[in-house]
Design a protein around this ligand. Structure first.
Ligand code: FES
Length: 234
């Protein structure tokens, strides 16, 4: 057992872990290439990694790909009712074609979801990529989209649970909303561009050309830019 694991094999995040200069601590945004000790711990010793093709013990599955880099993530969940009848995520397995940041952030996410008897499904839906980054002590800005991968796969697996347990009214499908009707750019395209580092309208337009054919959408684009910057970078 790794010295940073507890008896349940879950990661213990050192209380004194702090981001080094150049890291992106949640709530700040600095460019850098450094990884915190917590990120390295979860990358070199990933928790809850599924070392087989699939698992019959974990019936609820979610798979997503990253538009930002083309990598993929699969998540398998076990969900059980507790003594009070609350649906809790009691196990979270995963595997990925993603990078070190995707491995570390999904490993941490798997710990956060299953610790203390497992999160209630409704509470797991409230988790944000920022919460994962907070526990990791930050990620380099260009790697924030990697932490979104595990979060989206978790939501897809919870949708699978809702579907298989007859709670279809709870399924949340994130549909793209057309923002620039001339260039056919959706709010998801803007979200991905922000995750890839576009933090000003100018950078957003360099990446997507949004608003260059239909300037009337610019106020809404600026609103989305503020929304996604706040959502992912605080
Ligand atoms: S998951 Fe693709 S670069 Fe991190």
């Amino acid at each position: 057992m790794n010295t940073n694991d507890n008896q349940a094999g879950q990661a213990v995040v050192p209380a004194n872990t702090t981001a080094k200069e150049g890291d992106v601590a949640a709530g700040t945004k600095k460019e850098g290439w450094f990884y915190t000790d917590v990120v390295k711990e979860h990358f070199f010793s990933p928790k809850n990694f599924l070392d087989q093709e699939s698992s019959a013990d974990h019936p609820y599955k979610g798979m997503v790909g990253s538009p930002a880099c083309g990598d993929a993530m699969k998540v398998w969940l076990k969900i059980e009712k507790d003594a009070d009848g609350i649906d809790r995520i009691t196990d979270f397995k995963w595997k990925t074609f993603g990078c070190a940041s995707a491995i570390a952030s999904t490993s941490m996410l798997s710990v956060m979801v299953t610790e203390n008897g497992g999160l209630a499904v409704d509470d797991a839906l409230k988790l944000r990529p920022q919460d994962i980054m907070m526990r990791l002590g930050g990620l380099p800005a260009r790697k924030v989209h990697c932490s979104v991968l595990g979060d989206k796969a978790l939501r897809a697996a919870i949708n699978d649970y809702f579907r298989k347990s007859g709670q279809v009214e709870k399924i949340i499908i994130e549909q793209g909303r057309m923002i620039d009707k001339v260039l056919k750019i959706t709010d998801h395209d803007i979200e991905e561009a922000v995750l890839e580092g576009a933090d000003t309208l100018e950078k957003l337009q360099q990446k997507t050309k949004v608003g260059t054919g239909d300037p009337s959408c610019i106020p809404e684009v600026e609103q989305l830019l503020r929304f996604y910057k706040d959502k992912y970078f605080g």
